[in-house]
Design a protein. Structure first.
Length: 235
């Protein structure tokens, strides 16, 4: 009998505790509903005030954008650190098809093209061993670069000759800053493939031809200097 009474009391206590827990949970839900209702009313009264969810979403988007910018800067930094030349040009109105064609021409030459915000490019160029070309990074800039010091310059200058919407501004060849004239002069140099072909031709040529080929640049230079001197004397 005593045991049955004890079991009854335990069961009664458990039911009482359960009812209290349910009441507490119900009160919590009620409080949440009250708070949510208050937030909705406040938003309706002042629709210009950003809600908590809006502020949270804005912070999340800002974090994602910041991380994306950091990733782009790191990627550009690694790229610029391994380049032989960087050519900076203004895109003064090329349409999408022309921009795609320019990218293709530079890629075929052995280089690549990059378009990014000037501020990010300036940050990416820091500590890459390249000359400071930040003064060129204004307006709608497009960058062409290559591992060797000639390919990107040659492709960019060649394309600019046939499209006045691409204007060469200058660039960098390692620690040497280049103006537009220097980039164009660089583009006139033989490419690596042309130099290899000439070298192979020299190796296969007879000794007399090699001697003549070696002497030719000096002879040409002498003729140019003599012609210039004669012109000056005549003036």
């Amino acid at each position: 009998m005593a045991s049955r009474d004890a079991d009854h009391r335990i069961t009664h206590d458990r039911r009482r505790d359960l009812r209290r827990s349910m009441n507490d949970a119900g009160n919590c839900v009620d409080q949440c509903e009250v708070q949510a209702t208050a937030l909705i009313k406040a938003a309706r009264c002042n629709p210009q005030a950003p809600s908590i969810l809006d502020r949270a979403a804005t912070r999340s988007e800002a974090d994602v954008e910041r991380a994306a910018k950091r990733e782009l800067i790191d990627s550009l930094h690694a790229t610029f650190k391994g380049t032989g030349v960087i050519v900076v040009a203004h895109n003064t109105g090329m349409v999408a098809a022309q921009s795609a064609d320019f990218r293709r021409k530079v890629k075929e030459a052995g280089g690549a093209v990059k378009v990014a915000k000037n501020k990010l490019v300036k940050l990416a160029l820091q500590d890459t061993g390249n000359a400071d070309i930040s003064s060129l990074l204004t307006g709608p800039v497009i960058l062409a670069y290559s591992k060797d010091p000639i390919s990107a310059a040659k492709a960019a200058v060649a394309y600019a000759k046939g499209n006045d919407k691409l204007v060469i501004l200058g660039g960098a060849m390692g620690k040497t800053a280049l103006d537009a004239k220097a980039v164009k002069a660089l583009a006139d140099l033989p490419s690596l493939d042309e130099l290899r072909a000439k070298l192979i031709g020299l190796l296969n040529a007879p000794a007399t031809k090699i001697a003549r080929t070696v002497k030719e640049p000096g002879a040409k230079l002498a003729r140019v200097i003599q012609a210039k001197a004669s012109k000056d004397e005549a003036a």
